[in-house]
Design a protein around this ligand. Structure first.
Ligand code: URA
Length: 423
């Protein structure tokens, strides 16, 4: 098989054969196909798309690139959620221990930041001592003892996605239904969850800006899940504005801890509770404790502390803070009618919260604090954003993108937080 033939076939809009797909995914994982060749193929897929049969085979090939975990012997049913990625989307952090506190086990393999969106592992790594890499045996033990684990796909799990995810992040090839579906579903099928709730983001901060594209992504993934015997449903949820008021790794962990303490921003709490209920229902736990009660009575917080401690983290340690801060003031008075999720995500990225190259570290304390959300009244001269960065020279470029990312006055037309259910 010749990689150039595979790239040019897709470049010219032809359907790839199952043999071509199996070969190229396997050869890339083994290092026989080079990064630049895979980047070219990924770009051709972004432009040309894939048929349902190709997406299904692509996912199979990604799955077959590594091991598949099996947690069917656990006393609790397993259930998981995966978000297609957003800005300020720290929901996994309060959600996972909340669902564990309600009686299910959550075996979550997570990713790192991708493009302008944050990654759960980068966020959790801001907790001193916490480690993302676990063996399957450690995962199983933690699921049995704590009921929740969030970790990296270990060396043997979906290795094709691990490589391709990092490559797509730095080659402008994230926004593609087949590539996102294959990436997410190969990880979720490999982790061995029995049920899956997909949080498919819609809006400027999502990889799928329109509900039509998000619905197609949701349907594609729900079908792949069903084909593999995993009860899968999807919610389309709003990502026109960031979730919560903190965007950036350590900043988001602090906000998640507020939610686990029974407080926190309303949108983060509502989405956490909604997704937790869906996860419990998908796992067949229809009479379980209600997630809102687990947040209110401290049992979700207890599960969080156990989950962090089990992975070497100190839940009481101070979180890293950026060395420098700058406040951006509102330019006018009125109602904040738009606060663009992508602009805030790009600003956080420029402040150091995301990566420019795949081997870059992230600045754990960097990010943006939002002092107002759409619908809030603001006065000229009041703080609108606090920017956090280790190097002050990053502030101007972040402030520049934020200047176009909000509007005071004009029409206020927010998306509902939960737009639609698929599956
Ligand atoms: N999340 C993933 O795991 N993969 C993608 O491609 C996009 C979001």
């Amino acid at each position: 098989m010749d990689v150039i033939d595979v790239i040019t076939a897709k470049r010219d809009g032809r359907e790839l054969t199952p043999e071509q797909i199996d070969w190229v995914v396997g050869a890339y994982t083994r290092g026989v196909v080079a990064d630049e060749q895979m980047a070219a193929l990924a770009m051709a897929i972004v432009w040309r798309g894939m048929t349902r049969a190709e997406v299904s085979r692509w996912t199979e090939a990604m799955l077959a690139s590594g091991d598949r975990l099996d947690f069917s012997g656990l006393a609790r049913p397993t259930t998981d959620k995966h978000s297609t990625g957003g800005v300020g989307d720290k929901i996994t952090l309060p959600l996972t221990p909340t669902v564990a506190a309600c009686g299910a086990a959550v075996p979550q393999l997570s990713g790192r930041g991708l493009g302008h969106t944050g990654g759960t592992l980068d966020k959790l790594e801001s907790i001193p001592g916490w480690r993302a890499e676990l063996t399957p045996e450690e995962m199983r033990r933690q699921l049995r003892d704590v009921g929740a684990v969030v970790c990296a796909a270990g060396g043997g799990l979906a290795p094709a996605d691990r490589k391709l995810y990092a490559l797509r992040d730095v080659t402008g090839t994230v926004e593609s239904i087949p590539l996102i579906a294959g990436s997410i579903m190969s990880k979720k099928l490999a982790e061995g969850t029995g049920a899956l709730v997909l949080d498919v983001k819609v809006g400027s901060g999502a990889f799928m800006p329109t509900a039509t594209a998000a619905r197609e992504l949701a349907r594609t993934m729900v079908e792949i899940g069903a084909d593999h015997g995993v009860r899968t449903i999807a919610l389309l949820t709003a990502m026109d504005t960031p979730l919560g008021r903190q965007v950036g790794n350590a900043l988001e962990v602090a906000e998640a801890v507020e939610v686990l303490s029974g407080g926190g921003p309303g949108d983060v709490v509502e989405l956490t509770v909604t997704l937790a209920r869906e996860m419990l229902t998908a796992a067949g736990l229809t009479t379980a404790k209600d997630p809102a009660d687990a947040l209110a009575d401290g049992t979700a917080m207890d599960a969080w502390r156990r989950m962090i401690t089990a992975q070497g983290g100190d839940p009481d340690a101070p979180l890293p803070a950026a060395r420098e801060r700058r406040t951006v003031l509102a330019a006018a008075s009125g109602t904040l009618t738009r606060l663009d999720a992508r602009a805030v995500g790009v600003a956080a990225w420029r402040l150091g919260a995301g990566r420019a190259r795949k081997e870059d570290p992230v600045a754990l304390g960097a990010g943006v604090t939002l002092h107002a959300k759409p619908g809030d009244p603001v006065r000229a001269g009041q703080p609108l954003f606090t920017l956090h960065a280790d190097e002050p020279e990053r502030f101007d470029r972040a402030a520049e993108v934020l200047a176009d990312g909000y509007e005071i006055g004009g029409e206020y037309d927010p998306l509902p937080l939960v737009i639609e259910r698929v599956g």
